[in-house]
Design a protein around this ligand. Structure first.
Ligand code: ARG
Ligand code: ZN
Length: 892
């Protein structure tokens, strides 16, 4: 059954008050609800409640038990036929947390109880109008065995905590803020807690708490610090203050996604809470900061203002990802200024754009292509996508770029002025922004911009530069092309798509690489923002003495692909001189990509080929540039990933892409060996106390990059350095750097020795063992046999999503060499089927590993098709997996 955005109907009842009572028990939990309904209109409409995997015990209407004839109970709905304008329903039902391997609703993780309700998990807890536009105040009573569940948490404030007979106890919580059911949460179990009281901007006290497994409390200081910084940042940058007396974060070992922003009671995948220097890498520290920020920022963008329906998911996710990206960038640039601050922020921008290109661009070109506000879905759990999140964030960022920081802030203020406390649409958000835009741009509006919300696909923007040597003018012509994508291509005729509003940031450099001041809208600047709103537009710049070199799409001002014909020499000049650090990185990436594509072709034709000296020289110069930070150097000297490259080959040829990447790494490793060695030594840490700060983590990342190139080159010093780095490390970043160098590039006995040593040392720490599995699964030599034997390891479990991701997903999604084989595809299909019996949401993610199967070379294509068909024919497929597979098979 497909649900369409246009079928939205408001719920015919309000539900201002909800009281829930839980008799918690892992085997069987009884939930009793008391729901006070009020009719919205004047006529009695049927009252529809959702429920899934529940046993209904009783239904009472205004205190009278209803006979089964008085309601209609179907598989996933309970319908009542009220006759009054207001009435109270009391429902009692049972659910089975220990049997719930889907990790949606109420479930068991370790010896504790957790909930996950977004998007439609609440219906697995009790019969309810489980939709985001029904908002209620909740009062929650939790009862459980006191020994096993000493801590009982829910949203809001603790009203009462008392002992009961039979070793049980009870806690009563009340959340003063009305919320939709997806923001409900409860947690029960034995936890350690780290807490701190902070003063909000408005001088209120707020108690911040981080709960984790007993024994892991030494690893929660960083998460608490991040939470405090998130509070301060949201006050400073957006004027948004915490509206709660108590804000709790709880770490769970088993969790489907990153984390969940339940009002006042965030539940987190423990991977985004726990860190100390011995177990977490610098990247893990940064990821914790991003996710803590993300969930905290949802308190306003998501919770205070929420979504009317799930088609509006990007309203909260795109906006909140944008906010967490800005938070992270501000943290990196903290106490820097000028070019240094710009470069620090660019590091974050580069990482975000890489994610977009690796995860979202392919999605936007394949069978699951959808606008950031989808038009239809079969299973909403399948739409927590890179498009809704990451492209959604780009669409918010473009509004920020068009309006500027103060304009955007004015738009956000207006958004909250209009919609605080309501469940609204993406269009409501754009309208608030537009109210500012029209003030500043009389006669214009955001009508064309709104198309970003309804149009899928990555636009291509073709750039033409024409220089008039006599008039000293330079004309820039931008032409956008929006191609049909995914199932759109199956329609006949294929419908043309209208142009989008694309903010295109541009600079011009002279032949020496000096930035030219550009006149635009009466101001002179180094960067101008061209607003492309038609299919093709031309801008003319005057007083340009010589033909300039354009620096395009600065800071990645729009999620588009730029097409321009240009000489390698121009890219080399930009690589050295572009003042926009993002565009400068992009120029180097483009140089490397050209080289890699050229290698890919020669590999397909079985020719030998070397990499051009222009590239090596450019890299060498960058490597020694004293003005570049180590973090930025690491990005600029990293090869484009195999996945990005694969997207650019046609047909997609994974084997050739892998070989080309390897070849280039070896050659760059060899050609610059003395340089890598120098920098490796220069970036060795001293024995100072570890801190995950931007400066020292940048140094460690460059250090590890050097080691990788030396290993790739087979340099005689490399392996001893890697072994020493591994064993001598005083933090996990260095240790993983050493180990991954060995695991990826060596087949000596030291490789296995180090792996064994690592397991011995860390076997008690599940997050570290995840890394151990992941490293082996993504190593170039990993085969189906490697993975199957690791699955037999006692530490492996398919039920724990982190573990499944670290082994199965790593292999299927990131080990191009191992998985793109007939055995690889068959293994993938087996795992999708096996996982689907346990956890449909996770299975559906794995099912998307080869979305773009139809674009592969013929041999791969046929083998993937066969695997897809085998999944499709499995008799018990979840709605999640069947939506993915049926869409994939539609594309031929
Ligand atoms: N709202 C959460 C976040 O963005 C994601 C929760 C989605 N959960 C799920 N089971 N699909 O942080
Ligand atoms: Zn989110």
């Amino acid at each position: 059954p497909t649900i369409s955005r246009h079928d939205y109907q408001p719920y015919p009842y309000r539900l201002p008050h909800v009281a829930l009572e839980f008799d918690l028990d892992p085997l069987q939990t009884r939930v009793s609800s008391r729901l006070e309904f009020e009719r919205v209109g004047n006529v009695n409409e049927p009252l529809l409640l959702n429920g899934q995997d529940l046993v209904l015990e009783s239904v009472m209407l205004d205190g009278q038990t209803l006979a089964p004839q008085a309601y209609r109970l179907q598989d996933e709905t309970l319908t009542l036929f009220p006759t009054k304008a207001s009435f109270t329903l009391q429902i009692t039902s049972l659910c089975k947390p220990a049997d719930n391997s889907s990790l949606m609703g109420l479930y068991v993780s370790g010896d504790k109880l957790f909930t996950q309700c977004e998007a439609e998990g609440f219906r697995r807890i009790t019969w309810f109008p489980d939709r985001p536009d029904v908002m209620s105040r909740y009062r929650v009573t939790l009862r459980a065995d006191r020994m096993h569940y000493p801590l009982l948490l829910s949203n809001g404030n603790l009203l009462e905590s008392v002992d009961l007979p039979d070793g049980r106890h009870q806690a009563v919580w009340e959340d003063p803020h009305p919320k939709p059911s997806y923001l409900f949460a409860l947690v029960a179990g034995d936890f350690a807690c780290r807490e701190q009281t902070v003063k909000t901007h408005g001088k209120r006290d707020a108690l911040l708490q981080i709960y984790s497994d007993r024994g892991s409390e030494p690893k929660t200081q960083w998460a608490l610090d991040c939470l405090i910084r998130s509070l301060q940042w949201d006050e400073q940058r957006f004027g948004l203050e915490l509206d709660l007396d108590r804000f709790m974060v709880v770490a769970a070992r088993d969790f489907n996604m990153g984390a969940m922003e339940n009002k006042g009671l965030n539940i987190f995948n423990s991977a985004y809470v726990l860190a100390d220097k011995d177990s977490a890498t610098d990247a893990a520290y940064r990821a914790i900061e991003a996710v803590i920020g993300h969930e905290y920022f949802h308190n306003w963008t998501g919770n205070r203002v929420t979504c009317r329906d799930w088609f509006q998911l990007s309203l909260k996710e795109g906006l909140t990802v944008f906010r967490d990206q800005e938070f992270s960038a501000d943290m990196l640039a903290h106490d820097l200024s000028g070019a240094e601050a710009a470069s620090a922020r660019a590091v974050k921008r580069i990482d975000d754009v890489s994610t977009l290109r690796i995860a979202q661009f392919p999605e936007d070109a394949g069978p699951m292509a959808h606008p950031i506000r989808p038009e239809s879905y079969q299973e909403i759990g399948n739409f927590y996508t890179a498009t809704v999140y990451e492209k959604g964030a780009e669409v918010i960022r473009m509004q920020h770029t068009i309006l500027g920081e103060t304009g955007f802030r004015a738009g956000i203020d207006e958004y909250f002025r209009r919609h605080d406390g309501a469940a609204v649409t993406c269009d409501d958000f754009v309208s608030a922004m537009e109210s500012v835009y029209v003030q500043r741009n009389p006669g214009k509006n955001l009508d064309v911009f709104r198309r970003w919300y309804s149009q899928a696909g990555t636009p291509r923007v073709k750039v033409d530069l024409a220089y008039d040597a006599e008039a000293h003018t330079c004309s820039i012509t931008l032409a956008q092309h929006n191609e049909a994508v995914g199932i759109e291509r199956l329609q006949s005729p294929v419908l043309p798509k209208p142009p989008l509003h694309i903010p295109f940031a541009l600079g011009l450099l002279d032949q020496q690489g000096k930035p030219l001041p550009l006149e635009h809208d009466g101001k002179a600047a180094e960067t101008v923002l061209l607003e492309l709103t038609e299919e093709r537009q031309t801008w003319v710049f005057e007083n340009i003495a010589h033909k300039p070199i354009p620096s395009l799409l600065r800071n990645f001002s729009a999620p588009v692909i730029v097409d321009i014909e240009r000489q390698e020499s121009e890219l080399i000049l930009l690589a050295q001189h572009d003042t926009d650090p993002f565009a400068r990185w992009e120029a180097v990436q483009e140089l490397a990509t050209r080289q890699l594509l050229c290698l890919t072709r020669s590999i397909s034709d079985e020719r030998q080929s070397d990499i051009a000296s222009g590239l090596t020289e450019t890299w060498k110069r960058l490597l020694h540039d004293p003005n570049l930070s180590a973090a930025y150097k690491t990005r600029i000297l990293s090869q484009p990933t195999e996945k990005e490259l694969l997207e650019k080959t046609s047909p997609m040829d994974p084997a050739a892409v892998v070989k080309a990447g390897k070849h280039m790494r070896e050659q760059l490793g060899r050609a610059l060996a003395p340089d890598w060695l120098d920098i490796y030594r220069a970036t060795s840490g001293n024995d100072d106390a570890y801190r995950p700060d931007p400066l020292s983590s940048g140094r460690r990342s460059l250090h590890n990059l050097c080691l990788h190139y030396l290993m790739a080159a087979g340099h005689p010093d490399a392996q001893p350095l890697a072994v020493a780095q591994y064993y001598d490390a005083t933090n996990m970043t260095d240790r993983m750097g050493g180990l991954s160098a060995l695991v990826h590039f060596s087949d000596s006995p030291q490789r296995q020795e180090a792996l064994n040593h690592f397991y011995e040392q860390w076997q008690q720490d599940p997050l570290v063992i995840d890394k151990w599995f992941a490293l082996q699964a993504s190593a170039p030599g990993a085969t189906v046999e490697t993975i199957k034997s690791l699955m037999l390891h006692p530490a492996f479990s398919l039920r724990n999503p982190n573990r499944a991701r670290s082994l199965i997903f790593q292999f299927c999604m990131n080990s191009l060499q191992g998985v793109h084989t007939p055995e690889g595809y068959a293994f993938w299909a087996d795992q999708v089927i096996a996982l689907d019996q346990l956890n449909p949401e996770i299975a559906a993610r794995l099912a998307r590993a080869f979305d773009n199967w139809a674009r592969y070379t013929a041999r791969n294509r046929e083998a993937i098709r066969a695997a897809l068909q085998r999944i499709q024919q499995h008799p018990t497929l979840s709605r999640n997996v069947s939506e993915i597979v049926s869409k994939a098979l539609k594309i031929q």
